[in-house]
Design a protein around this ligand. Sequence first.
Ligand SMILES: [Zn+2]
Length: 431
Amino acid sequence: MSVRTLSSALLLLGLMAIATPVAATTLAIVGARVLPAPDVDPIDAGVVLVREGRIVAVGPAESVEVPADAEVVDARGATLTAGFWNSHVHFLAPVMSRAAPSAPEVLEAALAEMLGRWGFTTVFDLSSLQDDAAGVRARIESGEVAGPAILHVGAPFFPADGTPVYVRDRIEAAGGPSAEVADPAAGAARATRQIADGADGVKLFAGAIVGGEVGVQAMDIAVAQAVAGAARQAGKPVFAHPTNREGLEVALAAGVDVLTHVAPQAGVLDATMLERLHAADVALIPTLGLFEVELARERLPPDVVAQVLTTAVSQVRDYAAVGGTLLFGTDVGYIERADTGREYALLVDAGLDWRAILAMLTTAPAARFGQAEATGRVMPGMRADLVLLDGDPTRDPSAFADVRLTLREGRALYRKSSRRSRTDAGEDDGR
Ligand SMILES: [Zn+2]
């Protein structure tokens, strides 16, 4: 080993010693308005203590003592909530490729830009190519890069002759096998295999947009039931892409857990459909902003776009009114827009208040995906998955998109203005 490589190695060790949190250090977030959960009243000027990646104390300043050696985050003027879930994302960007891995700092910056910047500490990938979501997860969980907790569904299930028109090129370019399934037994076998290989759920295209004369290809009900049955047997959630009324019927017949989008093509949902979805305990991810982005890309006239959006918004409003579960999701990764501001504005249009939106971001997905004991609330014992917002979303829900700091298990995934990067750390060390 040359002197030069030896000194580089020592420098690296020094950096690692700085980056590794000392087990006994307490992080104290002081002065924020704390929103412990949607069903709990806010705490003004609260203190939250974090140790070893967990929340250890929460309360008003007068009742929580900050240890003298704590690292203090001055959070006055900000609002602290549990870390957000985005229950509909895709890891499709070239920097997220498993086959051609990008440098750690490049991947980390891309994850921060797409997710950490918007407060997401847990995400559900609803299918990527070539197992890329699993690849990104492995790099995060090994400690190589900072990023959110990732759940994923592996490869999707398309109807026979039902590969969606908007993914055909990507799938062909990736050279992957067909994700179409025509036979119930083959579908069940693939679902079982994918879950054994690490998938956290399955995704059915109950109605697939294929274009041309067919328009929307519905999945055969027996196939949908077989795939969903295999997932249920393994205790994993079933997602369905509904698209239209027939797709909603397939989703209901298969007993799915989550609809990945509203279905404006189905029109305004009548009371019977709303009740059937609610009785089946189906959760709905609106992805309202997606429709706006997609229809604008197709250059449809503004009045047509507005009409589709009005129908989409009405489905969210009506499902909330019957007590249906909503989960926050944006389809980021498929669409480029990472900014969540417009989605919050559309959810407000649907009549949702801050408590309903916070539930979609935290407690509802944590409960739906079996993690309610671990995350979703600012409460002692929970993982220190936290978001510090500039402004107060109880007064103006647009503040949900104005993130100052995102922590996953106490570790920063994003910090406004003084963004932490490997380069910055290196420069600091060299001084
Ligand atoms: Zn999607």
